[in-house]
Design a protein around this ligand. Structure first.
Ligand code: PEP
Ligand code: MN
Length: 263
């Protein structure tokens, strides 16, 4: 179902009043995690004022260490929804386990499946029963075909609204957080009609290198960009080093508008 052999025409995914996969690039931005009301309201304002259409923020965080901040849970979902509604932004948040499905579906516009869960087939199957869009991140060591097979789990369950997201892969090199596989954008677009998002924040891991990589993803033809932003990254509860400061986010928006049409 994901293949261009099945359907050659590009899939356009509607999220409230916007379209992902159309002629314009959609920007998804916000903090890694929802931390408190003041933080998410402030960042919703920042991303809205700079032209983002979708607010991101994790409420259930899949952290490498069990001792790291795990997210605010339902309180985080409520705050994300409140911030999105206050600024006219749609929202996306990550689902990390099956039992949270109904709870998260109540609050979010888009489900995010993280890199660590790309192979979580029971989770993908339940998302196939929803009609809300699912952004499926590429597993950090997944081949393109494995990634598309994971999309197939959602599509075959009856949910046609899948967005693929390249977020960097594991390679022999450790100089940056991951290796941003920009070629995946081109490869996957050749094989599938589904829209593609690029997440240079998780791919690169260092804020001073995100802007050129966002430009590269846009030049390669991504349909959307996911960018982490924080007004006080030194005190962020997760992924502070890769969060753009508000003024860097403005600069990123300015630069990508010179390459492609962004709404
Ligand atoms: C995230 O988006 O904050 C996240 C945990 O991403 P990934 O699954 O790509 O690591
Ligand atoms: Mn993050």
């Amino acid at each position: 179902l994901a293949s261009r052999r099945f359907k050659d025409e590009k899939t356009i995914i509607k999220v409230n009043d916007i379209e992902i996969g159309g002629d314009e690039i959609i920007i998804i931005a916000g903090p890694c995690a929802v931390e408190n009301e003041n933080q998410i309201m402030k960042l919703a304002e920042v991303v809205k004022n700079n032209g983002a259409k979708i607010l991101r923020g994790g409420a259930f965080k899949p952290r490498t260490s069990p001792y790291s901040f795990q997210g605010l849970g339902e309180e985080g979902l409520k705050l994300l929804r409140q911030a999105g509604d206050s600024f006219g932004l749609s929202v996306i948040t990550e689902i990390i386990e099956l039992s949270h499905f109904e709870l998260i579906e109540k609050y979010t516009d888009i489900f995010q499946v993280g890199s660590r869960n790309m192979y979580n087939y029971p989770l993908l199957k339940i998302l196939g029963t929803s009609r809300k869009p699912v952004m499926l991140k590429r597993g950090m060591s997944a081949t393109i075909d494995e990634w598309l097979m994971s999309a197939e789990y959602i599509l075959s369950g009856g949910n046609p609204n899948v967005i693929l997201c390249e977020r960097g892969i594991r390679t022999f090199d450790t100089s940056l957080r991951n290796t941003f596989d920009i070629s995946a954008i081109v490869s996957v677009k050749d094989k599938t009609h589904l829209p593609v998002c690029a997440d240079p924040s998780h791919a690169i891991g260092y804020r001073d290198k995100i802007i050129p990589m966002a430009r590269a993803a846009v030049a390669a033809g991504t349909d959307a960009l996911m960018i982490e932003v924080h007004h006080d990254p030194d005190n962020a509860l997760s992924d502070g080093p890769q969060a753009l400061l508000p003024e860097q986010f403005s600069e990123l928006m300015k630069q990508i508008k010179e390459i492609a049409k962004v709404i």
